[in-house]
Design a protein around this ligand. Structure first.
Ligand code: PTT
Ligand code: SF4
Length: 615
């Protein structure tokens, strides 16, 4: 065992049922093997959750986990992973949020918090220097996320970090998220609903401890160089202007902008919602702690209130629902933040309701682009008001099962998680990325679309499978375990080699990039896969790894790629290649050899109780 630097070596355990909190310590072996973030959450959830539990029951565990670089001064290091069994998908769920909580949590002396049980009455958790206090949520339960954070800062000081849910988390909307700083949102697969199910309104962190560093001077020097490196990139000044919003124009040009519930890849009013429209309305930028490329573009919306825009929010609440007015899109986005609801799933469910109305499956529903009704319907969803609001609060998969007809063919999700904002009628590599993402259809793990469009748009090639796996290792494995923001690497050429150097200076431990990518990331991926298969058991099949039927069956009718669809047979070949390279069998189940090679022999033993394992 070696002394720990960089890591605090402590996890706070909170039991809301028995009103108890304790500290669990971990040693350097555990730290080096699991690093942090997803490395911790996957291990804890696999080891400790009983399969088949109700994700909205007291047995579920909500974990907030940092890594050894999280919360240190340094480029874009203010991020956290929030994880639990998902009420939206019944599989592994997590999200990544950038917030002052990342800094404050680490300063309290803990690297993760694991919350279980259920409070008898609404409460919030206050954590100060390794101690957790469970306090009454009187006066904040029922409030919006913005108001809750404001009140908690009034009570505990302006510098505290706050994670909170809104009314949609309280009402257990299946895609409720956790919000911080009036515009940071994390946990798309219903992490906010899990908090709500525990009667937990918020978590407040206040810390005064120093995180011990192995090489203080070396770390400082490296960080200064890193900040300068990021700032000197050619794209920096344009990034500062538009951030992720430049993606609207790029998606329109390439015919992948989700439009009318992913029926099309181009939107006639794209100019009214793109990065230049944003620039005309922008009043300031916001972002995560210690970031020198802050991407939160704040505008005044059509009601004169501040709203923080990102590409996904605008595409899903704009083109995908047929709304070509950025001021109004910004209102819907701000309301989603106030109510604590995921904008990607929300844009999918609203569009699904619009299409179902058009097709006569919903009576007196909502027309394409109907802003006023959308505004009301979001409230109905958050408060589960009326039959429609309550149905849509369950997500598009459940709504399509309820509505029937052929609606399951255009319910846009994978494994129950609604698709993020990239139309895949004609980008098979990106379709594979959505299909095999470890939490359902999220772009976060393998955003291969830019590379794919630049290199070979139409092919179903081995190179695409390799790229998906490479990105899943880097993005889904490395960044989610360190835990740091991946945007400096994607957008501003901050090479991956910086991370082992930062790690070495912070922890004193030399962990080569390959170890993180091939050992840790693959272990995380196989553990997450095992989690899904253990939950679904005999109901698991390769169908779980398919993109929605629409992309195979309904050609685009507009734009330069008119007539395009995905090819089912060729997609199957891609999926087979993907499984083979991952060491999984034709059902998408890890083989015994794969698990054993990754040191997951006990996982293989446990998993073989649920499905037959291929040797
Ligand atoms: C992320 C997903 C995204 S990804 C966006 S916009 W994006 C949407 N943002 C929402 C929002 O805002 N409000 C809301 N009510 N719902 C929202 N849902 C959507 O959530 C975010 C940035 C972004 S902006 C991206 S790509 C990068 N994501 C990272 C990641 O996943 N990992 C990582 N290590 N670094 C990342 N950096 C970037 O962070 P989920 P944030 Mg988010 C208003 O959490 O569940 O993963 O869903 O965290 O602090 O808001 O930063 O064009
Ligand atoms: Fe946060 Fe954006 Fe900076 Fe990443 S780039 S750390 S998401 S502000």
């Amino acid at each position: 065992m070696i002394p720990l630097y960089g890591w605090n070596g402590k996890i706070l355990r909170v039991d809301l049922t028995n009103i108890k909190s304790t500290i669990q310590t971990y040693d350097s072996d555990f730290a080096i093997t699991h690093i942090g973030g997803r490395g911790f959450t996957t291990k804890i959830l696999w080891d400790e959750l009983t399969p088949g539990i109700n994700p909205l029951g007291p047995e579920n565990k909500l974990i907030i986990a940092a890594g050894p670089l999280t919360g240190l001064p340094g480029p874009s290091l203010g991020k956290l992973v929030i994880a639990a069994k998902s009420p939206l998908t019944d599989g592994y769920g997590d999200g990544n949020i950038g917030t002052m909580v990342a800094v404050q949590m680490r300063k309290t002396g803990v690297d993760a918090v694991v919350i279980e049980g259920k409070a008898q009455k609404p409460v919030y958790l206050y954590v100060e220097n390794e101690k957790g206090y469970i306090l009454s949520a009187d006066g904040i339960w029922g409030e919006t996320t913005f108001e809750t954070e404001r009140k908690l800062k009034e009570a505990h000081g302006r510098d505290v970090g706050v994670l909170t849910i809104g009314p949609s988390g309280e009402n257990m909307v299946k895609y409720a998220t956790v919000i911080s700083q009036e515009g940071r949102s994390g946990g798309r697969p219903g992490m906010g609903a899990v908090m709500g199910s525990k009667n937990l309104k918020a978590i407040v962190f206040k810390g005064t401890k120093n995180i011990p560093l192995a090489d203080v001077e070396g770390y400082k020097k490296l960080v200064n160089e890193a900040y300068n490196h990021i700032k000197s990139h050619d794209y920096y000044s344009f990034w500062i202007r538009q951030g992720t919003m430049a993606t609207i124009e790029w998606c329109q040009e390439n015919g992948v902008l989700p439009t009318y519930n992913f029926q099309e890849g181009v939107f006639e009013f794209h100019r009214l919602i793109d990065g230049y429209a944003l620039e005309a309305m922008k009043i300031k930028r916001r972002g995560c702690p210690y970031c020198n490329m802050m991407c939160g573009n704040v505008v005044l919306d059509s009601e004169g209130k501040e709203s923080e825009l990102d590409y996904e929010n605008v595409a899903m609440l704009g083109s995908n629902i047929g709304l070509g007015h950025l001021g109004k899109v910004s209102v819907l986005n701000r309301i989603a933040d106030e109510l604590g609801i995921d904008t990607i799933s929300l844009g999918n469910t609203l569009a699904f309701a619009m299409e179902a109305t058009e097709k006569g499956l919903i009576k007196d529903g909502i027309e394409w682009g109907d802003y006023e009704k959308a505004r009301t319907l979001i409230q109905d969803i958050a408060y589960r008001r009326g039959e429609l609001g309550n149905m849509l609060a369950e997500g598009v998969k459940a709504a399509s099962l309820k509505l029937g007809g052929d609606s399951h063919r255009w319910a846009m999700h994978v494994k129950g998680l609604e698709i993020s904002a990239y139309d895949c009628h004609m980008v098979p590599g990106m379709a594979l990325a959505f299909a095999t993402s470890s939490i359902g259809a999220h772009h976060k793990e393998a955003w291969v679309i830019a590379w794919e469009i630049k290199t070979d748009r139409v092919g179903y090639t081995e190179a695409k499978v390799d790229k998906v796996i490479e990105f899943q290792r880097i993005r889904g494995g490395m960044f989610e375990s360190l835990v740091t923001c991946r945007l400096p690497w994607i957008e501003l050429g901050f090479e991956l080699k910086w991370y082992p150097s930062l790690l070495k200076a912070a922890t004193g431990v030399e962990i080569p990039l390959e170890n993180i990518m091939y050992n840790l990331a693959d272990r995380v991926y196989n553990l997450i896969r095992a989690f899904w298969i253990r939950e679904y058991a005999k109901d698991w099949s390769r169908q779980m790894d398919y993109p929605p039927a629409r992309w195979f069956e309904e050609p685009l009718t507009k734009g330069q790629y008119k007539g395009a669809t995905l090819d089912k047979t060729k997609f199957d070949t891609l999926l087979d290649m993907y499984y083979a390279k991952r060491g999984w069998d034709a059902r998408g189940v890890s083989t015994r050899t794969t698990l054993e090679k990754l040191g997951l022999t006990e996982v293989a033993q446990e998993l073989s109780r649920y499905v037959m394992l291929t040797p």
